[in-house]
Design a protein around this ligand. Structure first.
Ligand code: APR
Length: 166
């Protein structure tokens, strides 16, 4: 696992993960950036997926992105932490990795899912993300590299701290 402070749309990996909403029809934040960089064909393919429930993930091609694929996952909206938000966030990381494994992908990059518009507390989210990915990688040697692509220094530090305290 590694951490970079970068724009996920620039990463040359097998798949970047999109922090989408249940419609899968685009939005702001990283969702908007990925659709802008991928081009209109991405939205066209997403339309055929008929949405995605929170905590689950679906895969498309990457189109004009340097990444071969986009794995769209829908993080939980933070509502205080007593409505299964931590479980659902963990599920986003796990199901995205399961989808990568099923598609024989070996390198994948995640944004800090749910920590923007969905307001999930950033430190708790970083700890959950890192522990979920670390647990999954123990069982899945075929995934060679997972990158936490953070957008800003503080998010990157939270993920680095989470890895150090594993
Ligand atoms: N590269 C990497 N990370 C990014 C980028 C980018 N280009 N742009 C934003 N981010 C970061 C944000 O700084 C935040 O840490 O992605 C993280 C997730 O923030 P959001 O994109 O707001 O996603 P989320 O909180 O999961 O909310 C999802 O927002 O954009 C809409 O359609 C989306 O309704 C959905 C909701």
């Amino acid at each position: 696992m590694d951490v970079v402070d970068a724009d996920i749309t620039q990463l040359v990996v097998d798949a970047i993960v999109n922090a989408a909403n249940e419609s899968l029809l685009g939005g702001g934040g990283v969702d908007g950036a990925i659709h802008r960089a991928a081009g209109p064909s991405l939205l066209q393919e997403c339309r055929e997926l008929h949405g995605c429930p929170t905590g689950e993930a679906k895969i498309t091609k990457g189109y004009n992105l340097p990444a071969k694929h986009v794995i769209h996952t829908v993080g939980p909206i933070w509502q205080g932490g007593h409505l299964r938000e931590p479980e659902l966030l963990s599920s986003c990381y796990r199901q995205s990795l399961e989808l990568a494994q099923k598609n024989n992908l070996t390198t994948i990059a995640f944004p800090a899912i749910s920590t923007g518009v969905y307001r999930f507390p950033a430190e708790q989210a970083a700890n959950l993300a890192v522990s979920t990915v670390a647990d999954f990688l123990v069982t899945c040697p075929s995934i060679q590299k997972v990158t936490f692509c953070c957008f800003g220094h503080s998010s990157a530090m939270l993920h680095r701290n989470a890895i150090e305290t594993l």
